[in-house]
Design a protein around this ligand. Structure first.
Ligand SMILES: [Zn+2]
Length: 549
């Protein structure tokens, strides 16, 4: 197993100057520590051409960057020349170089040359279509995603930086083919002031923008719980062709710019959760980037190493190399970031006492993650995980590595379906479940979930053509509707209403942000309309249920 490391001579040219927190000095101890583990850079970033930058950025913005790149003392514009993003000579080439590193790494993954790649100098997630923001000129994770989108692939983007991944979210806010999920310190307290629960995506993309804003003082326990809760479920439900992740190290307890109390231990574990999700739900394709991180000697190098070790599927060594610590001790001390730690993993809670503000913060952050989950994860998948019908840990049934996105014009089991009101488990196990009916996205996984649900007393109604299930409802033993779906080729023919009439649930508590076709979702309003027609036509619910709706 190999993870391509993206780094080269030009990586250090992205430099806003002395005293700026995003310092290229971090590459010294960072790449050096990776090398002590046997990592060798295999792709040196070169500037991406303008036509690629145009995938995400306006021509007028690129022109502005070039002007200030040639004349750093020119009039500030488009977010450049202001305090966060001072202009510097060659900044266009430097920004384009970071973009080029991530785009070429994506190329390598799409060609199948590499399964995983890691670009520690990447992760400039704040850059917008028309302006620089938060130390970010060109949005390299968004450009890498755009590269995959040009091949029609669907992408899950996971952002662990302490700051909300606002640029990537904004650039794909109306694209149902990209799901973004960001775990960050709440925008009430921290730049960029966005990333709240109600930013969910728009139009057909409603439900593909996930945010977990955490309270200041939240530590590794709650942070990692949120990641562990959401990442596997979002990946399983969305069924991406590949994953792009941003591993900013600034959520760490020692980071000077923010207020979470995460550890390298938790950050490394998050990378392993992403790796597992990539193998389970995205054909193994995974591009990781760095991001923020302003403790350049004690925190950033270890975080990068832990991401890379996760991608290499290697155990974490007990200690950092003593010679590495010796090499960087003096320089780290100069910046008040010494000594270089002896271990990759931090002491529990980063060695800080657990105080009551942290306890309260963690309680609230966990509640926020649970809210995000109930809005953004399909009901059946949540119930399946809670009941043990589905686990993020067990290897999945089907091991296909072909892209999950079906070709256009793909149809499933044409013919007139027969509705079976109450199917038993042995009958179900003889049938094949068609695609895009029930969560998880992978039909073999969804089939196994329904099978386990039947074993636990759930009631399942199925619409069947031959041996293929083209529509189904799953109702819990207590009468709650857990899932309903019809295969694309059989929609808009009244099949959903027939299924509900054949086996009426007593209650339903579905989130129409989460309950959608992951490939071709309807507009949110259309989703509500379909649901309303279904329940009306099927005459399902009593007055109490109607008034609650
Ligand atoms: Zn892997």
């Amino acid at each position: 197993m190999h993870m391509l490391l993206v780094y080269g001579p030009r990586s250090s040219t992205y430099d806003f100057g002395e005293g700026h927190p995003l310092t290229p000095r971090r590459f010294g101890p960072g790449i050096d520590l990776l090398r002590t583990l046997g990592a060798e850079p295999g792709l040196a970033p070169e500037p991406a051409p303008d036509e690629e930058l145009r995938w995400c950025h306006d021509a007028a913005y690129i022109a502005a960057v070039k002007r200030l790149s040639a004349d750093p003392y020119g009039r500030p514009e488009a977010g450049i020349g202001l305090s966060d993003n001072p202009a510097f000579a060659g900044m266009h080439e430097a920004g384009a170089m970071v973009a080029g590193g991530s785009i070429r790494a994506m190329d390598a993954i799409l060609r199948g040359d590499e399964e995983h790649a890691f670009h520690p100098g990447g992760g400039l997630h704040h850059a917008m279509a028309d302006r620089a923001s938060g130390f970010c000129i060109y949005d390299d994770p968004a450009l890498a995603i755009a590269r995959a989108r040009r091949d029609g692939l669907r992408v899950l983007y996971l952002d662990f930086d302490v700051h909300h991944g606002d640029g990537v979210q904004a650039l794909f806010y109306d694209d149902p083919g990209v799901m973004t999920a960001s775990f960050h310190e709440s925008g009430r307290y921290l730049f960029p002031g966005t990333g709240f629960l109600d930013e969910v995506g728009e139009g057909p993309a409603a439900g593909t923008s996930v945010n977990v804003p955490m309270e200041p003082d939240t530590g590794e326990g709650a942070w990692l719980d949120a990641v562990r809760l959401l990442v596997p479920e979002l990946a399983a439900a969305f069924g991406p062709d590949l994953i792009v992740s941003q591993h900013g190290a600034d959520s760490h307890a020692w980071d000077p710019l923010a207020h979470l109390r995460v550890t390298t231990t938790a950050m490394g574990e998050a990378a392993r959760i992403v790796d597992a999700a990539a193998h389970r739900s995205a054909g193994g394709r995974w591009l990781a980037t760095g991001g923020g991180g302003y403790d350049a000697y004690r925190v950033v190098p270890r975080t990068w190493s832990l991401v890379w070790l996760a991608g290499e599927h290697r155990e974490v060594p007990a200690t950092t190399d003593p010679a590495w610590r010796e090499r960087w001790a003096a320089e780290g001390a100069e910046f008040g970031q010494a000594p270089p730690p002896e271990r990759f993993h931090d002491a529990p809670n980063a060695g800080m006492p657990m105080d009551w503000p942290q306890e309260i913060a963690e309680e609230r952050s966990i509640e926020t993650a649970a809210s995000a989950r109930s809005a953004m994860v399909p009901r059946l998948l949540r119930e399946a995980r809670d009941q043990g019908w589905w686990s993020a840990e067990t290897p999945r049934a089907s091991s296909s590595t072909a892209p999950a996105t079906p070709p256009a014009g793909d149809t499933d089991a044409p013919g007139t379906p027969t509705v079976l009101a109450a199917i038993d488990r042995s009958t179900w196990d003889r049938l094949v479940l068609s695609r895009r009916i029930l969560a998880p996205f992978d039909p073999a996984e969804a089939h196994a979930v329904v099978s386990a649900a039947l074993g636990a007393g759930a009631m399942v109604a199925a619409a069947v053509v031959g041996e293929t299930v083209v529509g189904a409802t799953v109702i819990a033993a207590d009468g709650e509707l857990l899932g309903i779906g019809v295969a694309p080729g059989h929609r808009r023919g009244g099949l959903g209403a027939r299924l509900l009439a054949a086996a009426p649930p007593r209650t339903a508590n579905l989130s129409w942000l989460a309950e959608r076709d992951p490939v071709e979702p309807e507009d949110l309003e259309v989703r509500f309309g379909i649901w309303h027609r279904l329940r009306t036509r099927a005459g399902l619910f009593g007055a109490a249920e109607e008034s609650r709706a």
